[in-house]
Ligand binder design. Structure first.
Ligand code: NAX
Ligand code: K
Length: 240
């Protein structure tokens, strides 16, 4: 198989992109084609919630969120789970007033819904009973080795939970090279968005690709080979 592509179980080839290429996809989608970030994030959050429903038995869910697009998608997922009466709480890597942009927007909605939000790192290790963790700390925006307090959250997610579902890229993995920068989440599943990232070739667990609504003109404008990998579905499993 080409190093820069993944395959669906039915043998369709899917191009993989670097973090830089994905950033360009986002830019063209928003600036040239007119998609809104929150539109794509809504699809990301719903796709992630779908996989949590699938992996979960009776456990409670904890969404571990950072302040970027990855955290925002995790917070949208928390809303979708709460809407389906799943017991869910959120742990942030900072105090809520330090959230900005889309993450702050998603957090405001959770506050209005009274979804519990904890902002202390030790909150994660004090949870009672079995939990599924959603890893929405860092996605393709990782820069440098994972710093504290995120590094402590990564360690706790790896040691404390029944199962872990990562959004887009397991936190701590370089989305382009696959290198572990300091420490990284070892997920049971990763829900990657729009296109797989080149660094996902050797991660732990199952890899699912979710459709977040980006039309093919965006890929074609960037000379990225693309043929609908989803068929009539919203997500598809990828093999490496
Ligand atoms: N069209 C898309 O591609 C979409 C992307 N979304 C998500 O947005 C992500 C990209 O968003 P961003 O560019 O905001 O970046 P990320 O959210 O991936 O990363 C930024 C966050 O990571 C933290 N961080 C970065 N390096 C760190 C380090 N070394 N140690 C500790 N913390 C660190 C930052 O403080 C910040 O909270 C994607 O991975 C994806 O999950 C979706 O939410 C919506 C649509
Ligand atoms: K992540």
């Amino acid at each position: 198989m080409n190093q820069n592509s993944f395959q669906t179980r039915t043998g369709r080839s899917v191009s993989a992109v670097t973090a830089e290429e994905m950033l360009a996809v986002d830019r063209v989608a928003v600036e040239d084609v007119g998609l809104a970030l929150l539109q794509m994030m809504e699809n990301a959050g719903r796709a992630l919630a779908r996989q949590v429903h699938d992996i979960r038995d009776e456990e409670r869910v904890v969404v571990v969120a950072g302040n970027g697009g990855n955290g925002g998608g995790g917070l949208a997922c928390a809303r979708h789970l709460a809407n389906r009466d799943v017991p869910v709480q959120v742990v942030l890597d900072r105090v809520p007033r330090e959230l900005t942009g889309a993450a702050a927007h998603q957090h405001r909605i959770l506050e209005a819904m009274s979804v519990p939000v904890i902002d202390a790192a030790d909150g994660l290790s004090r949870l009672d009973g079995p939990h599924v963790a959603v890893d929405a700390l860092i996605g393709y925006g990782l820069s440098g080795e994972v710093r504290s307090p995120a590094s402590r959250y990564v360690e706790t997610m790896n040691n404390r939970f029944e199962s872990v579902v990562s959004l887009d890229v397991p936190s701590g993995i370089d989305a382009t090279t696959g290198e572990i920068l300091g420490d990284a989440v070892r997920p049971d599943r990763t829900v990657t968005l729009a296109l797989p990232k080149t660094g996902l070739a050797s991660i732990d667990g199952r890899l699912l690709l979710a459709d977040i609504g980006i039309p093919k003109t965006v890929y074609h404008r960037l000379d990225i080979e693309y043929a609908n990998p989803f068929g009539e579905h919203d997500w598809v499993e990828l093999v490496r």
